[in-house]
Design a binder for this molecule. Sequence first.
Ligand code: RB5
Length: 149
Amino acid sequence: MSKILNIAVGSDHAGYELKSVVVDYLNTKGYKIKDCGCFSLESVDYPDYAQAVAKEILSERSQVGILICGTGIGVSIAANRYDGIRAAVCCNEELAEMTRKHNDANVLSLGARVFGDDIELIKSIIDKFLLTEFDGGRHEIRRDKLDIR
Ligand code: RB5
């Protein structure tokens, strides 16, 4: 993947507040952000926002996505229903690094109710995800088998 510049971000209501923090952080870093919603604390359905982020990536308007719900799991399951999307729930830097190196993950899923107030940890996970390259080689062969049904 060429240097990541364009990022699609989405959340449900459980992830809305963390999404605002994440969008502000990414803006300060100079990334171009497509905010796919949601835009309030009103209860919504996470598959809708996973779909919006997946479509941004599959249309190549964004190179990667960040999805947030309460656990990170719902948005991850939903996003992974779309061929070409490889979403990974990460709760530490090591997972973020390995899923980029080995899985070529193109969506980082975060659980807003998992981290407490540890915004610095979330920022470090995001940085690791965005700055780590895919290893390719044998991992490319495996990645390319993921979308075969
Ligand atoms: C919403 O309450 C919650 O179910 C959702 O954010 C997510 O955690 C689902 O996986």
